[in-house]
Write a protein that binds this ligand. Structure first.
Ligand SMILES: CC(=O)CC(=O)SCCNC(=O)CCNC(=O)[C@H](O)C(C)(C)COP(=O)(O)OP(=O)(O)OC[C@H]1O[C@@H](n2cnc3c(N)ncnc32)[C@H](O)[C@@H]1OP(=O)(O)O
Ligand SMILES: NC(=O)C1=CN([C@@H]2O[C@H](COP(=O)(O)OP(=O)(O)OC[C@H]3O[C@@H](n4cnc5c(N)ncnc54)[C@H](O)[C@@H]3O)[C@@H](O)[C@H]2O)C=CC1
Length: 283
């Protein structure tokens, strides 16, 4: 399977990063969003990241211009009619993802692979919204995408071997490291990471320590680059809550219950860095 043209759905923090690394690797990318301002914000972040690469001597002005030239704007899923791979990075919500995949299945050519960057939702269930479950796969990038090396590649129940191989090859072309994972809630990354973050929120909720103290313990005591509350703000508290709910529902085990404080913050619209306030305040 020869992948040349890609569509990335969602120009948020993940979709923007995915579009950037794909365009840098020479792929033509259609970057799709439902909101003009989200697209504009996504493109501004990509431009800033590429400018930093130029400043640091990792890229020439000409390469930056060519990379940006490979990204085109899209507000219509019909633009998937001539792409070889779609990477969906819209919000972490099963109904939204199934609607998108159902529509893509009707629009995209028969050979097109439909991948989701979902953090935790079952690939098999997303695939069941299409008539091509063998061509549906998880491609889980880490945040911030331009920096982090890992991509979890998740096989759904019906994912074909040649589809897995094509996505693994494509991941290598992005200079990322693919790791094969089976389809269970949270896969590997968030099965392990998110309960730690949730426990850190419980530590705050129960008054064991203040935000800065909790983060400092994990930064200085465990050499984590960011404390868990800072990381939760960075990921997005809405995304953290969706992931905990997926783990809780998927395993039916109370050890995955989301902390009430996490729910409260999300209900308040305190979504972390992207909304200006989470466990910390951002300008
Ligand atoms: C929720 C999920 O489903 C899965 C997930 O993604 S979970 C989240 C996984 N990610 C993590 O755990 C990240 C943890 N944090 C880190 O690794 C680091 O704090 C970090 C890489 C984000 C920043 O590193 P740092 O050393 O603290 O800061 P800083 O010196 O500013 O940045 C290091 C480099 O990363 C770059 N960088 C930092 N943030 C960036 C961003 N958002 N986008 C692009 N580049 C970024 C910087 O430009 C810098 O690069 P150069 O100086 O070489 O140009
Ligand atoms: N935030 C993180 O650290 C990580 C998130 N993910 C996953 O990536 C996905 C996106 O997350 P983020 O980028 O953080 O979210 P975000 O909130 O930054 O961006 C989501 C974007 O999708 C757009 N969108 C919403 N519905 C859409 C639709 N129907 N069609 C097209 N665009 C639509 C929104 O306008 C927004 O621009 C989620 O599934 C999340 O779980 C995966 C790895 C890490």
């Amino acid at each position: 399977m020869d992948i040349k043209k890609i569509m990335v759905i969602g120009a948020g923090q993940m979709g923007g990063g995915i579009a950037q690394v794909c365009a840098q690797a020479g792929f033509d990318v259609k970057l799709n969003d439902i909101k003009e301002e989200s697209y504009a914000k996504g493109l501004a972040v990509i431009t800033k990241n590429l400018s930093r690469n130029v400043e640091k001597g990792r890229m020439t002005e000409d390469e930056k211009a060519k990379t940006l030239g490979r990204i085109t704007k899209s507000f219509d899923l019909d633009d998937a009619a001539d792409v070889d791979l779609v990477i969906e990075a819209a919000v972490e919500n099963m109904d939204i993802k199934r609607t998108i995949f159902g529509q893509l299945d009707k629009i995209a050519p028969a050979h097109t692979i439909l991948a989701s960057n979902t953090s935790s939702l079952p690939i098999t269930e997303i695939a069941a919204a299409t008539n091509r479950p063998e061509k549906v796969i998880g491609m889980h990038f880490m945040n911030p995408v331009p920096v982090m090396k890992l991509v979890e590649i998740i096989r759904g129940l019906a994912t074909a071997d040649e589809v897995y191989q094509a996505v693994e090859d494509m991941t290598n072309k992005l200079a990322k490291v693919p790791v094969e994972v089976n389809d269970f809630p949270g896969f590997v990354a968030n099965r392990i990471l998110m309960p730690m973050i949730n426990e850190a929120i419980y530590t705050l909720y129960e008054g064991v320590a203040k935000e800065e103290a909790i983060d400092e313990v994990m930064r200085l005591g465990m050499n984590h680059p960011m404390g868990p509350l800072q990381l939760a703000d960075f990921i997005g508290l809405d995304t953290c809550l969706y992931i905990m709910e997926t783990l809780h529902e998927g395993f039916g085990d109370s050890k995955y219950r989301p902390c009430p404080l996490l729910r409260k913050y999300v209900k308040a619209g305190w979504l972390g860095k992207k909304s200006g306030r989470g466990f910390y305040v951002y300008n």
